[in-house]
Unconditional design. Structure first.
Lengths: 89, 117, 120, 163, 515, 953
């Protein structure tokens, strides 16, 4: 059962990633792209955790944690760049 | 899987090379960044691909592991290329600020007079 | 593994998958940027949450230890998602809307995006 | 003295929990280590967090968190339904201006965060003096109701906690 | 195992952070320390040359891990010679930089300088190809810093190009190393040398690609056609003492070709037999031609010298390309010679150009001490163009003499001799314009007290300390000529040792028994 | 009895030592300088004379020390008759020139330099004639080119001097280089570079298939040096030199070097048809042509120069005949030519010195004004004309005699007739020198009032004309010298007897015809001169100049077209070359059959692949929008990191994602100052070219990786897996490799980072000190900015998030040895944590609250890592040998202490320091651009609203 659920969830996230990609490529606004990239990051976090469950290992936790951190930082940075130009003024 | 990795390397290399051949610093930096991604994956793939065999030794099971050496090499390469990219970014900024344009080519300076007769 | 656990885990996974998908679907479907902003920030939070719950349950079920580090990711996302949404919204507004397009602020100063903060 | 040593006790506590979460194993050694980091790191970062937010009723925090979590679940379902089943022309997005009585920066942040995480609303920006908050609402027919709900359901509780 | 071997890396690696991060506000202290560190390095490298002189190949196993699993430093005659060459050159250049005040014109000169030495010495000493890459990067990044030292518009743009070119080169290096590891499973040079000859040609496609890509990588460093384009702009725009130090940088490329393509892919390896020479040789010929053309056609002094460096690299690589001990002996001698010759030229050029309005080869007001500079320039040019009595002539004769195989002789001799002629004519024109024609123009009016005129042109005499490094370099060249016999003997043994693949393998991998 | 040759070293060395004297002596005055400069020459001459008896007896004096045995180059000298003759000439005339120059040079000329150059040149010449090793000979040969370059260009202010010097250098240098080739071949055939050996190997050499190339190359050297047709043109232009130089170089020394070489190589190279036809013909043509041109030169020195060309042709022709008698004649003429030509040059110099002109047309009548000069000049010129009782007559007779019975390609008359014409022209220009300069009416328009010079100036030529007469009258006094030299040339014992009267021979008739014809020609000079001037003829200098100019502009065009500063093209070439050579290499070898089964492709992974590929494509397509490209790069980084997770490389995933983030931060920071879009400038053609190269590179690299991924190989890393825990004390093998097995790599790597940080800082300083600072100040970067700078929400969230991030960094650091993580990633995570704080409240505010010396941090990082490595020396272990132990403190569970962790701490600090220093530098630049420092952590703290009293909405 878990296997099937894992497969289903993975498929969902796979599709989600494609949709995110679609939005990043098409935009039209910079905000859309940033938003879609952030969504992509969050979907990837989910996939990483999912992969850990699938493999039964906690080895990928740090990766997920780190992706979450850098996802936040880079999204803020992209926005700050557009808002203020200098991201660490 | 191998085909995906190989084609990904190829795509990034092609993209990287194309951008590296542009005439402004910024795309060149992007191109070199892409190239460094490509070469990192390439170097990694020299240890062959494996799934769920992370080279973290496990006391409990007698599993096989993926080749750790290329991974270590890639880590080193990533760090180095990070340093290099940072320097490149700064130098290109410097060049831009000095010259007020971010062209990467040097216009040859032709002097009117000949050097010697 | 306990069937109850299997059911809960599978349920959490399926919920997660659905919300994960919906978030991105909304991103594509909705017609304005500000609307799109609602889709992923909300749906993906529960999406990731579902996976994390599944993971915690799974590791508890398979090893007997309570695994809490999944919580950290959840906490982190919960703390950061509003900031991200706020920034993206501002990014959009700053580039596409003028102060006059927005309702008036109901305090002494206008919206921070368009108006300098009061002098201390 | 103690404030210098433990400038933000709640943060310290949070860090101990985070540490235990990171190592994912509750042992004495980890607790000691976590405690150590819980002391040291806030001390190091204290300059960046001047002042200490006063919590009047810390016990109310738990209630607030549970309400918000529940609302988040509900929000997700609602938004999912809107996204999946409502056609675009039928989605009526609105701006909602919420005047604030809260004056603590921490409290305002929590409120804004809560707004973003709950049904169909995103806090888009604050007023330059932090006196009101601009909320974008994905779909509503009654903006005032949305404002009132925010004020009663969240701001009131936060006011109790922080002031 | 002697810790001496790693000192050329550790000394600068420890001094550099001190210089860069602790002494960065005290130029006097930094200078004293830097000179001390470099002198120490020089002393150590002299010791290493003697240590290697008995023909033993010393290995230093880092982390006490056995080869090929850990990284090993290998000290043989070749690496010892290269380290000594580096440190003695560095010493001269450092003195010049301090005497002329170049080191004060930007931040961190001394730290970068030591890091540069560390990278170069590390590259010469390592016995591991990936580690070679790492030290290439160390020396490169330090060289980027030195290249743009003190800034300026042209220098910045040229520095940018230099960085970009080398980043591309480094990327190719990694592609090559990936291919090499993928096809052999090892990175240790001795281990590669043991394994690759066992690969028959029918299975050697990947190894061949690795060998070829490595050659291109090294060729970029060595400024070999068609990847030499970067050099003139870089050297011409670098601060002169840096350009002088860079004289060793091209040699790093040549060294790497010698080390890797002789020991690993050298003669008698079935998989790569004849492949490298087939490309390297004609490329080197063209390089000679381009270098000579550049010397004749250049409009400015610094590019002119840069092109002469390219030409000298062509000559050097022609000798390398035939992969015989005799030719390698010649190449090594020429390498030592051309390093000092190029450095000397750059140092002299610095003295002149800072006293002139730019380095254009047009008659300008004559500088103060025109005669002295002319004499120094004449000496340096004689060396670079390969005319007696300095070592260039002997180097050229050695190279010519070693290239007597009928298939290479005509091309190599024609290129080298014709190249020399063009170079001589080019230099004569340049020197005539710089020093002779200028005498027809009145000397500049006496400048302000510190001798700096408008546009930063110096109008004061060069101090003895400023002239000394160039004179010392000339003396080195003369010494190299006078003591050509003993030097060539050491280098001959060096070349023989280099071609003794079995000996190298046996020394590095005792278990392999040198098979 | 063998005479020891050790003096030869001294003789060879003396001029070079002497060259230092003028530099030391010049303050002592001109006389002292000249006197002391003469000393080494005189001493060398005396030493040489000690050998003369032995040499004239037929002994060969030898001396040798090894120099470069690997090459067969030794410092070996030998002195035989030929060498002795030349050495005497070089030193003897050298002495005279020293004397002459003392009076000739004006007070403004740098005399010291002159004597230095002169002695250098003398040493080089001397070396040529006594070298026993042909490589050594080459050394001296090239030295003559160099030192003559200095001498000819001595008057640097004269364009003719500079051009003449360069021309001489180019022509003789070219010949010298050809000769190097020839000599190396010769040595190769003979198996030795020693002349004594080579002279024995004549038969073998002439029989060798390499004989022709060697002959041609060596002759190129000789002909250029001796100004043989068609290389004769440099010599007249070398006349721009001061007259003492001309007298020395063009009578006795430099130009004779070529002749000497032909004489030296005569036993080896001569005697073949090739030798005869090349050498004799060239000589003959040169003789006639030189003489003809000389007749129409109005410049005294030019006349003498072309006469020199002509006489050199004569000598060359004689040597080319290949007979012993011709060789004897050549040797004799060498002596005679030296005496009269040096005297003539000095005479010309005196005239120039006294009248301030050398133009024959402005002279005449000097017989009365300068009687001594007239006497000297006339005797020398008559000798040159070959008038009996002067030595020139004797050798010319011998030449005509030889010519009279030399056939050329079946013709019996070609050589004799042409030789006679040559002699005739020679008479004509010699007479012209006498009559047009000294005879005729005294004029009143000389540029200066002429009178005889002081004794010092005419002493040297006077001595020479004494010799002219002495030999002319008593030729037997030269017998021994000529015999010794001729024997040396021919390699057989000759005993010629030089006589005035040879009887009535064809030569006598030819001689008479020459004198008569010469006199006639002189009488017809005026009309002939008009014809000559009107006749079109190639001007050698113009041809040479345009040749050089052509070469310069050709090379310049090649160089400037190829090295045009277009790095994009260099890179295109580099990439294309890599691809082509890589493919070529690949094609040359085979590939084993694939041994690995391909792994399956899960759909999600395929999606990841698609993300990466699409993002890459989009970056390429959209790169003109720089910000957009950066967002897309984010996707690529994310995909790769996830891929690493999937492919069992968690450490790589951590590193990749954090590095990528920091890189994007830096790019964003830089992009703030850069243009936000890239203009579209590439033409379609260029894009196509780049596209093709890029596609080829991508295809090549992809195919390469695909090829090896399908094939198994055993690698050394099994050792690392096996020893990581036991030997390295860690279960994360990648980390153990990084900090232990290959810690040295990592050491290098952190140094790269440290340098990067430092360099960026240095660059920032340089920029802010330079003109960019102005630009930064004048550019307004604050357009279109939103007004909230440090939004409240971000600031508050960071207060919690940053400590958490720091904790995560610490965690990743501590467990890196056993689980994914390590010092590097930890450093980046902490940097990212600090970055959050900077983004929230600004860099300057954050810095002001807590000053962290990032420089010091890097320094400490590198030092800690380095000293950790050095620490193992204490235990007698190599650099970076690690140690670890497990510690057990009772209430706490066991934990590990490892030196590798200390090393990793060095890594951590360096990484953190470097990243922060980069951020610091960029933020400094921003502040220069007008960024202000905020006082408060956030734009506005709403808490202060309360202080402001009740709100008024
Ligand atoms: Na690393
Ligand atoms: Na160890």
């Amino acid at each position: 059962m878990i296997e099937a659920a894992l497969a289903f969830t993975a498929a969902c996230y796979g599709l989600a990633l494609l949709l995110d990609l679609w939005r990043i490529v098409l935009g039209p606004h910079a905000a859309d792209r940033i938003l879609a990239l952030d969504t992509m990051v969050i979907n990837v976090i989910a996939l990483l955790v999912l992969y850990g469950v699938w493999r039964g290992t906690a080895i990928y936790f740090e990766a997920a944690m780190l992706v979450a951190m850098v996802g936040f930082v880079s999204t803020v940075a992209y926005c700050r760049f557009l808002l203020r130009g200098d991201i660490i003024e | 899987m191998e085909l995906l990795v190989a084609s990904a390397i190829g795509t990034m290399t092609a993209g990287g090379v194309y951008l590296m051949l542009r005439l402004r610093t910024f795309p060149v930096i992007l191109g070199l960044a892409l190239l460094s991604y490509a070469v990192n994956v390439f170097l990694f793939s020299s240890g062959r691909l494996s799934i769920d065999m992370s080279p973290i030794l496990s006391k409990y099971s007698d599993t096989s592991y993926s080749d750790p050496l290329p991974q270590a090499l890639v880590l080193t390469a990533i760090v180095i290329s990070f340093g290099m990219t940072a320097v490149l970014v700064m130098i290109s900024l410097g060049a831009y600020l000095e010259a007020d344009n971010d062209e990467i080519d040097i216009e040859p300076e032709i002097t009117d007079e000949d050097s010697a007769t | 593994m306990n069937l109850i656990f299997e059911i809960f885990i599978s349920g959490a996974l399926v919920v997660s998958g659905i919300f994960g998908f919906v978030g991105s679907y909304g991103l594509v479907k909705l017609k304005s940027t500000l609307q799109r902003l609602h889709a992923p920030t909300k749906a993906t939070t529960l999406g990731v949450g579902g996976v994390l719950v599944a993971s915690m349950l799974y590791f508890y079920a398979s090893t007997g230890h309570i695994s809490v580090h999944e919580m950290l990711i959840a906490v982190f996302l919960l703390l950061t998602a509003p900031i991200i949404a706020n920034f993206i919204a501002k990014t959009y507004m700053a580039r596409n809307l003028r102060a006059s397009d927005l309702p008036k602020s109901q305090s002494r100063k206008g919206w921070a995006l368009y108006e300098d903060p009061p002098k201390p | 003295m103690l404030t210098r040593l433990i400038p933000h006790p709640l943060l310290s506590l949070l860090l101990v929990f985070v540490w235990l979460g990171l190592v994912n194993k509750l042992t004495l050694g980890n607790l000691i280590l976590g405690g150590f980091f819980g002391l040291v790191i806030p001390m190091l970062t204290a300059p960046y967090w001047p002042g200490r937010p006063k919590l009047r009723k810390p016990m109310n925090v738990l209630g607030y968190v549970l309400i918000v979590l529940w609302d988040i679940v509900v929000a997700n379902v609602q938004v999912a339904l809107i996204i999946l089943f409502r056609s675009n022309p039928n989605i009526r997005s609105q701006w909602v201006v919420v005047p604030l009585e809260l004056t603590s920066a921490e409290a305002i942040t929590v409120l804004a965060g809560t707004i973003t995480m709950t049904p169909g609303t995103v806090s888009a920006t604050l007023a330059a003096d932090g006196g009101s908050i601009l909320v974008h609402c994905l779909h509503t027919d009654d903006p005032d109701a949305v404002r009132d709900e925010i004020k009663t359901r969240y701001e009131r509780r936060l006011k109790e906690i922080f002031q | 195992m002697s810790h001496w071997i790693i000192l050329p890396v550790i000394l600068p690696a420890l001094f550099a952070p001190l210089l860069g991060f602790v002494m960065r506000h005290d130029i006097v202290l930094a200078r004293v320390t830097s000179v001390f560190a470099t002198a120490l390095l020089l002393a150590v490298s002299v010791g290493l040359v003697f240590m290697a002189a008995d023909g033993t190949t010393h290995i230093y196993r880092l982390g006490d891990w056995p080869a090929p699993f850990g990284i090993g430093l290998v000290l043989d005659r070749l690496s010892a010679v290269m380290v000594l060459l580096t440190s003695s050159l560095a010493f001269l250049v450092l003195l010049h930089a301090i005497a002329t005040g170049w080191d004060e014109k930007g931040r961190h000169f001394h730290a970068l300088f030591q890091f540069q030495l560390m990278g170069i010495c590390g590259a010469f000493l390592t016995g591991d190809v990936f580690n070679l890459f790492v030290f290439f990067e160390v020396l490169l990044i330090a060289s980027y810093g030195l290249m743009i030292h003190s800034g300026g518009r042209e220098r910045m743009r040229a520095g940018l190009q230099y960085v970009v070119m080398n980043l591309a080169g480094s990327t190719l290096f990694l592609f090559a190393l990936g291919t090499l590891y993928a096809s052999t499973g090892t990175l240790n040079i001795a281990d590669l040398a043991a394994k690759i000859p066992a690969i028959p040609a029918e299975e050697a496609a990947l190894v061949r690609v690795a060998a070829m890509l490595l050659m291109i990588v090294f060729a970029v460093k060595a400024a070999l056609f068609p990847v030499q384009f970067w050099l003139p702009a870089t050297y011409a725009n670098a601060p002169a003492p840096v350009a002088a130090l860079f004289a060793i940088m091209t040699k790093v490329g040549a060294y790497a070709i010698l080390r890797v393509h002789t020991v690993v892919f050298g003669p008698g390896v079935p998989g790569t037999e004849g492949m490298i020479d087939a490309w390297l040789f004609p490329a080197a010929i063209v390089t000679i031609a381009l270098g000579a053309f550049g010397v004749l056609g250049a409009r400015r002094l610094m590019p002119l010298i840069s092109f002469s460096v390219i030409g000298s690299m062509g000559t050097l690589l022609v000798a390398v390309a035939v992969f015989t001990p005799a030719a390698t002996t010649a190449a090594l001698y020429y390498m030592v010679h051309s390093t000092f010759a190029a450095a000397c030229l750059f140092l002299v050029a610095d003295l002149v150009v800072t006293r002139r309005d730019g380095d254009s080869l047009r008659p300008r007001q004559k500088t103060v001490q025109n005669g002295l500079f002319a004499a120094l320039f004449f000496g340096a040019v004689i060396a670079m163009a390969g005319m007696p009595p300095l070592s260039g002539f002997l180097g050229k004769l050695l190279v010519l003499n070693s290239l007597r195989q009928p298939d290479v002789m005509v091309w190599a001799w024609t290129a080298i001799l014709a190249g020399s002629l063009i170079t001589i004519v080019g230099f004569a024109r340049a020197g005539s314009a710089l020093f002779w024609k200028s005498t027809a123009i009145d000397p500049p009016a006496p400048g302000p007290a510190d001798g700096t005129g408008p546009d930063g042109v110096l109008s004061r005499n060069a101090t003895p300390a400023e002239v000394a490094p160039a004179v010392l370099a000339l003396a080195m060249l003369a010494g190299l000529a006078v003591f050509a016999g003993p030097v060539a003997e050491y280098l001959e043994q060096t070349a023989n040792q280099l071609f003794d693949r079995a000996g190298y393998i046996a020394a590095v991998l005792p278990a392999a028994g040198g098979s | 009895m063998e005479t020891t040759g050790n003096f030869l070293f001294i003789i060879a060395l003396l001029p070079f030592i002497g060259a230092l004297i003028p530099g030391l002596m010049i303050r002592a005055g001109r006389n002292a300088t000249a006197a002391f400069t003469a000393m080494p020459t005189a001493v060398a001459l005396i030493l040489l004379m000690t050998y003369a008896p032995a040499v004239l007896r037929g002994e060969v004096i030898q001396a040798e020390v090894a120099w470069l045995p690997q090459l067969g180059l030794s410092v070996s000298f030998f002195l035989d008759g030929l060498g002795l003759l030349f050495a005497c000439m070089i030193l003897g005339v050298g002495l005279l020139i020293t004397l002459y120059a003392r009076y000739y040079l004006s007070g403004e000329d740098p005399v010291g330099q002159f004597y230095t150059y002169l002695l250098l040149f003398q040493g080089a010449m001397l070396g040529i004639v006594i070298s026993d090793n042909i490589l050594l000979l080459l050394v001296f040969w090239e030295l003559t080119s160099l030192s003559s370059f200095l001498l000819i260009g001595y008057w640097k202010h004269l364009p003719e001097g500079r051009q003449g010097a360069r021309m001489a250098l180019a022509v003789t240098g070219a010949g010298g280089l050809a000769m190097i080739g020839g000599m190396l071949i010769l040595g190769n055939i003979a198996g030795s570079y020693n002349l004594t050996d080579i002279l024995q190997a004549g038969d073998a050499i002439r029989a060798s298939e390499w004989y022709m190339p060697a002959l041609i190359l060596i002759l190129l050297g000789a002909f250029t040096k001796s100004a043989q047709f068609p290389f004769h043109f440099w010599l007249p232009h070398a006349m721009a030199a001061p007259t003492p130089v001309s007298a020395y170089l063009h009578s006795a020394t430099m130009v004779k070097a070529g002749v000497f070489l032909m004489a030296r190589m005569w036993p080896v190279l001569s005697g073949t048809d090739a030798w005869f036809y090349i050498v004799a013909t060239t000589g003959l043509i040169t003789m006639v042509m030189g003489a003809l041109i000389a007749l129409f030169k109005d410049d005294l020195k030019a006349l003498l120069a072309f006469s020199t060309v002509s006489h050199l042709g004569l000598l060359t022709m004689l040597l080319g005949f290949g007979t012993q008698a011709a060789a004897v004649a050549a040797v004799f003429h060498i002596i005679n030519h030296l005496t009269f030509k040096a005297a003539l040059f000095m005479t010309a110099g005196i005239i120039d010195h006294e009248t301030h002109t050398r133009d024959i047309k402005r002279l005449g009548g000097l017989r009365h004004l300068m009687p001594i000069t007239f006497l000297i000049g006339t005797i020398a010129a008559l000798s040159m004309a070959g008038i009996p009782l002067f030595n020139g007559f004797l050798s010319k007779e011998m030449m005509l005699e030889e010519a009279s019975h030399t056939g050329w390609a079946g013709s019996q008359y070609a050589v004799p007739v042409l030789a006679t014409i040559g002699a005739l022209l020679s008479v004509a220009y010699s007479f012209r020198f006498i009559f047009h300069v000294f005879f005729g009416p005294v004029r009143d328009d000389y540029p200066a009032k002429p009178h005889d010079p002081p004794f010092g100036l005419w002493a040297a030529p006077a001595l020479l004309v004494v010799l002219v007469v002495l030999i002319g009258v008593m030729p037997f006094i030269a017998d021994t010298v000529v015999a010794a030299a001729a024997s040396a040339v021919t390699g057989t014992d000759l005993d010629p007897h030089l006589k005035i009267w040879h009887g009535v021979t064809p030569a006598l008739f030819m001689s008479v015809a020459a004198v008569a014809g010469g006199a006639l020609l002189l009488m017809l000079h005026r009309p002939l001169d008009r014809v000559w001037r009107a006749a079109p003829r190639p001007e050698a200098k113009a041809i040479f100049d345009s040749l050089v100019a052509g070469c310069v502009s050709l090379t310049r065009r090649i160089i400037e077209a190829t090295h045009n500063g277009a790095i994009s093209r260099y890179l295109a070439i580099f990439t294309a070359a890599s691809v082509l050579l890589g493919v070529a290499a690949f094609m040359g070898g085979g590939l084993v059959e694939p041994t690995r089964e391909l792994l399956p492709i899960p759909p999600v992974i395929a999606v990841g692949w698609l993300m990466l590929v699409v993002a890459t494509g989009c970056v390429v397509v959209m790169h003109h929008h720089r910000f957009r490209a950066l967002v897309l790069i984010g996707i690529i980084g994310l995909s790769i990191s996830s891929g690493f997770v999937y492919l069992s490389a968690p450490d790589l995933a951590l590193t990749q994602i954090s590095v990528e983030t920091v890189t994007i931060m830096l790019l964003l920071l830089a992009l703030h100052f850069l243009p936000k879009t890239t203009p579209r400038v590439s033409s379609t053609g260029v894009k196509l070219r780049d596209g093709v190269i890029a596609a080829a590179a991508g295809l090549g690299v992809g195919a390469l990786s695909f090829a090896f991924m399908q094939r198994d190989i055993s690698t050394i890393s099994s050792y690392h897996l096996a020893n990581s825990y036991e030997g390295g004390g860690g279960t994360n093998v990648v980390n153990v490799i990084l900090v232990d097995f290959r810690g040295y790599d990592t050491f290098g790597e952190i140094i790269v980072l440290g340098i990067a940080g430092m360099l960026i800082y240095a660059l920032m300083q340089a920029l802010l000190d330079g003109p960019s600072a102005q630009r930064l100040r004048n550019t307004d970067y604050s357009q279109d900015r939103s007004k909230d700078r440090h939004p409240l929400m971000m600031v508050v969230a960071t207060r919690v998030l940053m400590p958490i991030a720091l904790l995560v960094g610490t965690f990743i650091f501590l467990r890196g040895h056993n689980q994914p993580g390590g010092g590097f990633v930890a450093g980046l995570v902490v940097a990212i944590a600090l970055l959050m704080q900077y983004m929230a409240s600004g860099f300057a505010w954050t810095q002001a609250r807590k000053r962290i010396e990032y420089h010091t941090m890097i320094g400490f990082g590198v030092l800690i890592a380095g000293l950790t490595g050095v620490g193992s020396w204490v235990f007698g272990k190599p650099f970076l040998t690690s140690a670890f132990t497990y510690v057990h403190l009772p209430p706490i569970e066991e934990f590990e202490l490892a030196t590798a962790m200390l090393f990793d701490l060095g890594v951590f600090l360096t990484v953190l320091g470097a990243v922060m220093l980069m951020l610091y530098s960029l933020s400094r630049i921003a502040r220069f651009a007008g960024e202000t420092v905020n006082e408060e952590p956030m734009d506005y703290d709403p808490a202060s609203r309360v202080d402001n009293g009740p709100e008024a909405r």
